[in-house]
Design a binder for this molecule. Structure first.
Ligand SMILES: C[S@@+](CC[C@H](N)C(=O)[O-])C[C@H]1O[C@@H](n2cnc3c(N)ncnc32)[C@H](O)[C@@H]1O
Ligand SMILES: O=c1cc(-c2ccc(O)cc2)oc2c(O)c(O)ccc12
Length: 321
């Protein structure tokens, strides 16, 4: 005979508790999978595709094997992505209002907060809550890091540095720094170009030659630069850019056209016209196909790259050392 407690039986309460306790058993796992989705830019890739993606399409876009993308099932069950069937009946993954909050950019993005709260700097403090409750008057942050948060942040600035190679007068970098306040910008261009540039908050102008060296940073940005140059020069520039970032976590972000000969869209003509303009304006500059980008990035010794179309003449290519 079941004991009743109000509306709920003892047995139902046990079952609810059993389901609930697993949330705590695997609480960190949930955070880690969401962090992983942000790092892989899964929501950004599906958004740029503008249609649901199968696991094999996702694996191509992310330049990884399909099997680890099994984590999409977890994210789908949490209501982060939704599953839809393709015309051939294969499962594909689509954006939701929630997954758009995992995008790295965009007005609803919460990615930066998730990355901060799942960072070792924050999680290390959370491991000391009980000691701090008992010890009183000392913060978990101080126990974990040996100093208060303000001294720690002064010694370990949380900013990421982005260097815009061939950034002109720094306008683009200024827009990026305003949109992403955790960024600090280094606008790198020829000395006579940066000497004319006006000051922007969060942007430092540095004069130099990208064929000689590129300032060190967390990431390098190259917008409409490589299309000005032939393959030999591009490989030289790309090698300097690869050398400017850390091997484990740096990247080189290229904004340039990707010519798709087989897949036409409303901007295909504009890309091909830009290719003709490059022929007219430069010695060996051109717009490149995916195969040509693959060749350049391979020659410059990048280990992998991803391409995101952004509904513009240019695409965003992220190359990893
Ligand atoms: C086509 S513009 C692109 C400017 C900017 N990235 C944009 O998208 O508006 C090319 C830029 O590359 C710069 N540049 C050319 N040669 C360079 C070199 N050797 N080192 C650094 N910058 C260079 C030019 O001064 C110019 O600002
Ligand atoms: O004539 C051009 C045009 C561009 C250009 C056009 C449209 C875009 O969305 C981006 C770039 O870029 C140029 C360039 O980089 C250059 O060195 C010479 C000429 C042009």
């Amino acid at each position: 005979m079941e004991e009743t407690q109000g509306e709920t039986t003892w047995c139902e309460e046990e079952q609810q508790a059993e389901a609930c306790i697993w949330k705590y058993v695997f609480g960190f796992t949930e955070m880690a999978v969401v962090k992983c989705a942000i790092e892989l830019a899964i929501a950004d890739v599906i958004e740029s595709q503008e249609s649901p993606m199968t696991l094999s399409e996702l694996s191509l876009a992310l330049a990884c094997a399909p099997s680890p993308l099994y984590l999409m099932r977890f994210l789908m069950h949490r209501g982060i992505f939704k599953e839809e069937l393709t015309a051939h009946g294969s499962p594909s993954y689509a954006q939701t209002t929630l997954s758009r909050r995992l995008m790295r950019y965009g007005e609803h993005s919460m990615a930066a907060f998730i990355m901060l709260n799942s960072s070792p700097m924050v999680t290390a403090s959370l491991h000391h809550l009980s000691a701090c409750v008992l010890a009183n008057e000392i913060s978990p942050f101080e126990v974990a890091h040996g100093e208060d948060a303000w001294s720690f942040l002064a010694a370990n600035p949380a900013h990421s540095y982005l260097v815009d190679v061939g950034g002109g007068n720094g306008t683009t970098l200024h827009m990026l720094v305003k949109a992403f306040p955790w960024l600090r910008g280094i606008n790198f261009d020829l000395p006579h170009v940066v000497s004319e540039a006006v000051e922007f908050h969060g942007v430092e102008h540095v004069g130099g030659d990208m064929f000689q060296s590129v300032p060190k940073a967390d990431a390098v940005f190259l917008m409409c630069i490589l299309h000005d140059w032939g393959d030999k020069e591009c490989i030289q520039i790309l090698k300097k850019c690869r050398g400017a970032v850390l091997e484990e976590k740096g990247k080189v972000i290229i904004v340039d056209a990707v010519i798709e000969e087989a897949k036409l869209d409303k901007l295909s003509d504009a890309r091909l016209a830009l290719d003709m303009a490059m022929m007219a304006h430069t010695n060996a500059g051109k717009e490149r196909t995916l195969k040509e980008w693959e060749f350049l990035l391979g020659k410059a010794e990048f280990t992998r790259f991803t391409v995101k179309s952004i509904n513009a003449v240019q695409s965003v290519i992220e190359a990893f050392p």
